[in-house]
Design a protein around this ligand. Structure first.
Ligand SMILES: [Zn+2]
Length: 150
């Protein structure tokens, strides 16, 4: 492990706004596509709804990156949906790896997605390893809940 010099922190306020992701930025979800052509089309609704549980998972990860609360809430199963999404201003999502998917295709009603989401929080790198459950609600994939694996 190499040690890197840490850059001096600027003000805390500088960390607060959502990272500038534009339609032509690489998509935060890690697929080889621009945000506008990938998760952004689901966030805006221009691309309809995510056709698979994996694409929904990716688009929800990207929604955390761009802090799209409305998208997160409308893709959350009504039985587990919170009243609001608390975005931690100290959290910077740093990458998503999908490890395994179960069902969750156009032909299924349920699906699971196992993933690792990397982040930096307060200068500390960490990872969220979770198996999420998805189901269809009024035809569209929604997030139900998940189990932490570590
Ligand atoms: Zn994407």
């Amino acid at each position: 492990m190499s040690r890197r010099k840490t850059r001096p922190r600027t003000s805390r306020a500088a960390a607060a706004p959502a990272p500038a992701v534009t339609a032509t930025s690489p998509c935060p979800c890690g697929l080889d596509a621009t945000y506008g052509a990938c998760c952004g089309r689901f966030h805006s609704g221009a691309g309809g709804t995510a056709p698979t549980a994996e694409l929904l998972m990716r688009s929800r990860y990207s929604a955390f990156v761009v802090r799209d609360e409305a998208y997160l809430l409308r893709t959350w199963a009504p039985e587990t949906r919170p009243g609001e999404v608390d975005f931690d201003p100290g959290m910077r999502w740093a990458g998503l790896e999908i490890e395994e998917t179960g069902e969750g295709t156009a032909f299924h009603q349920h699906g699971t997605v196992t993933f690792t989401a990397r982040y930096v929080h307060g200068g500390e790198a960490g990872a969220l390893h979770e198996r999420s459950r998805f189901a269809r609600h009024e035809g569209a994939w929604v997030y139900v809940d998940g189990d932490f694996l570590d």
